[in-house]
Design a protein around this ligand. Structure first.
Ligand code: P6P
Length: 333
């Protein structure tokens, strides 16, 4: 049996790989892991809370207001970032505006974090996997000052780290600091994330396409051509691909990381920019995908080169196995 490597051991071992490594990023990643364990605990009991202990929006037996789980998760991560001392500000899917921390200690933080605390939270009611997605940048504003909007609106290729937590059949944390992608599985019996998927590589091709085909008639005709290609015997497999759409981005993305595949959320006639957010959904997953040998584009342009203009800006998203994304792009009109 191979030695168990915990996330904290791994972070410290690999710290030397990171330029100007002085421990702050290591501590920040550890803070994220602690918040993820707490959110995992809350997610695991969500069914009980909703159906036995009192649904959200009501008061529980202690007379406490039951908060929506994504609000609870948002507050948990913000608390971890604000108290950790490494982060000067955040932007979150749950908050209309960015948050610049005001304590003297936090203002000395080198980093900003953009995150979706609980993506796919509408799936909680049907017990489907959900996820947290995070993206870390070095601030561009002066140390000691409050974080600025410009700190948040950096192109994805300026990320220094990105990751996701998948609250699935097990809880996993997958992240990159630009030196490859590694996956850790939470062992609840010891409360540690343990290295389970070292040096993850997304298969160059695969058999799975994931998209909401309900949109097929209101998106770029090239996507309909791609789906037909996947369903035909004339494709490169000589047999139909499989459609798999969980409807939870982190779960669909992670499956493709392991098995190969493509996830598409395109622009449509009603939502030309699509549904997914650039800053805290597409950029972090694009960084991970590219670090694992995959591709991430809008169907035309590389996600990581887009200069953001707004915090909650949406972009069309094609992400996954390199050859599958290239094929889909070749059919776009
Ligand atoms: P649709 C969840 O709301 C989410 O942001 C992603 O996790 C998921 O992939 C997508 O939206 C599902 O959207 O329109 O297919 O229900």
């Amino acid at each position: 049996m191979s030695k168990v490597v915990t996330l904290n051991e791994f972070i410290l071992d690999r710290q030397a790989e990171f330029p100007f490594a002085s421990g702050e990023l290591s501590r920040l990643l550890s803070d994220i892991a602690v918040a993820a364990k707490i959110v995992s605990r809350d997610v695991r009991k969500a069914g009980l809370v909703d159906h036995i202990l009192g649904a959200h929006g009501n008061t529980n037996v202690q007379g406490e207001e039951q908060q929506k789980l994504d609000v609870v998760a948002d507050e948990q991560f913000i608390k971890a970032f604000e108290n950790g001392g490494e982060v000067c500000g955040i932007a979150s899917e749950e908050n209309d505006d960015y948050v610049a921390f005001t304590s003297e200690a936090a203002k000395k933080g080198k980093y900003v974090v953009l995150f979706d605390p609980l993506d796919g939270s509408s799936n909680i009611d049907v017990n489907v996997s959900i996820g947290t997605i995070f993206s870390i940048y070095r601030r561009t504003s002066d140390l000691g000052s409050e974080a600025t909007l410009e700190d948040m609106l950096q192109a994805g290729d300026k990320q220094i780290a990105a990751g996701y937590v998948l609250y699935g059949s097990s809880t996993m944390l997958v992240y990159t600091t630009g030196c490859g992608v590694n996956g850790f599985t939470l062992d609840p019996s010891i409360g540690e994330f343990c290295l389970s998927h070292p040096n993850m590589k997304m298969p160059e091709t695969g058999r799975i396409y994931a998209m909401n085909e309900g949109n097929i008639d209101i998106c770029n005709p090239g996507i309909k051509d791609y789906v037909k290609y996947c369903q035909s015997f004339e494709n490169d497999k000589g047999a139909p691909y499989s459609g798999r759409y969980i409807g939870s981005l982190v779960a669909d993305f992670h499956r493709n990381m392991i098995k190969g595949g493509i996830y598409i959320y395109p622009g449509t006639t009603t939502s030309p920019e699509g549904k997914l957010r650039l800053l805290y959904e597409c950029n972090p997953l694009a960084f991970i995908a590219e670090q694992a040998g995959g591709l991430a584009t809008t169907g035309f342009d590389r996600i990581l080169t887009i200069k953001p203009e707004r915090l909650h800006q949406r972009v069309p998203f094609f992400v996954g196995s390199k050859k599958m994304v290239e094929k889909a792009m070749s059919l776009m009109q």
